[in-house]
Design a protein around this ligand. Structure first.
Ligand code: NAG
Ligand code: NAG
Ligand code: NAG
Ligand code: MN
Length: 336
């Protein structure tokens, strides 16, 4: 399994916290694959050292080294830096297959079976189901694919129609994803915004037990909350609607306080007396923007094999009768 890896990306110290929690969650669930992280120069030296203690491989990437087409695009559209950096994952040809995961994802179960899937396997984007969400995908590193992806960069139109550049670009390149091979659709993805959490609560209770990956989609990331390790709860305003469903945040913070904080202390990044100081600091900006409730989740549940029994054992047929489309149709009729 040494030639297969989970790969993530961090572009600064706050995202590095996410990358560390993700890696520790993968380890906690006994992955047999390698853990690799792409890090940009904005990540501080100390944080890089912390990454080295958790990941098998820390790969420094500088988007400005990625060739002319990337360089030119970046000069015109600097905001695409993160997009270009993510594409670097195709250049990791020391691995035969990888699963890319955003640093704002958290693993709730062993997901090594994802490596049985082929490039490009991903889950539908909740906002736009004909496109896949680029937060979690199975891919095969290849110099050829990497250069072909870079060659698409001048296609500015596609990049602009999507909120996230890498998702637009990858959907353009892997454009047959929606139609050709259903095995490349990670069978069930569930999107819970703060509002839909409430509306979809019954469905969530049915499916939630099978959740394998949570993707914290919103602008407010888990590290933007304040956590009280004594009560093991996330502090929020009482009217914050995400608090109808706080367990994923608490889980994230539990890993953070148990395993990441001690490392940060060891490397002098936080003090013993105020281990959460940096986090508390960020909360004020988050309140100021009045964005309570902006946290959205996307939950990845898969994969399954007799319907009722399996369903009751928590094993639904996500590819067939219990597919996302069928479930969504049913939920929509309930809601109407
Ligand atoms: C860190 O990186 C993420 C993703 O690349 C970006 O959205 C975020 O604004 C950055 N945060 C800071 C503090 O630079
Ligand atoms: C997912 O959440 C987004 C943002 O809240 C919303 O626009 C979209 O309709 C949701 N999709 C589903 C399937 O709930
Ligand atoms: C989240 O926290 C980071 C620091 O950890 C901060 O740079 C960022 O601005 C915060 N984001 C929001 C939306 O408050
Ligand atoms: Mn993400």
């Amino acid at each position: 399994m040494a030639d297969q890896a989970f790969v993530t990306l961090t572009t600064n110290d706050s995202y590095t916290k996410g990358a560390l929690v993700l890696a520790l969650s993968l380890k906690q669930h006994g992955t047999t694959r390698r853990l690799a992280v792409l890090a940009t120069p904005q990540v501080s030296d100390s944080m890089r050292k912390v990454l080295e203690t958790v990941f098998d491989e820390v790969i420094m990437v500088d988007v400005l080294d990625s060739g002319d087409s990337a360089h030119l695009t970046l000069m015109k559209r600097p905001e695409l830096g993160v997009t270009l950096t993510k594409l670097h994952c195709w250049s990791l040809t020391q691995y035969s297959k990888c699963v890319f995961m955003d640093a704002d994802t958290l693993v709730l179960a062993n997901i090594d079976d994802l490596f049985e899937r082929e490039e490009l396997s991903a889950a539908p984007d909740p906002g736009w189901p004909d496109c896949f969400n680029s937060g979690v995908f199975v891919y095969q590193p290849s110099v050829e694919t990497y250069s072909q992806l870079l060659a698409l960069l001048p296609s500015r139109v596609v990049l602009m129609v999507h909120k996230s550049g890498d998702q637009g670009l990858l959907n353009m390149y892997f454009s047959s994803w929606a139609t050709t091979d259903i095995r490349k659709h990670l069978p069930f993805i569930y999107n819970l915004s703060s509002i839909s959490i409430y509306s979809y609560l019954p469905a969530f209770k049915a499916f939630g037990a099978n959740a394998k990956v949570v993707h914290f989609l919103g602008r407010i990331k888990p590290w933007n909350y304040t956590y009280d390790p004594k009560t093991k709860s996330v502090k929020t305003e009482s009217h914050d609607p995400t608090m109808t469903h706080p367990e994923f945040l608490s889980l994230w913070w539990d890993i953070f306080t148990t395993s990441v904080s001690p490392l940060l202390q060891q490397f002098g990044l936080i003090s013993d007396t105020h281990p959460h100081l940096n986090v508390v600091g960020s909360v004020s900006s988050f309140s100021r923007h009045g964005v309570f409730g902006a946290l959205a989740f996307m939950i990845l549940l898969y994969p399954q094999k007799k319907r009722k029994e399996r369903w009751e054992q928590g094993q639904a047929d996500y590819m067939g009768a219990d597919s996302f489309d069928n479930i969504k149709r049913k939920l929509d009729t309930y809601l109407q």
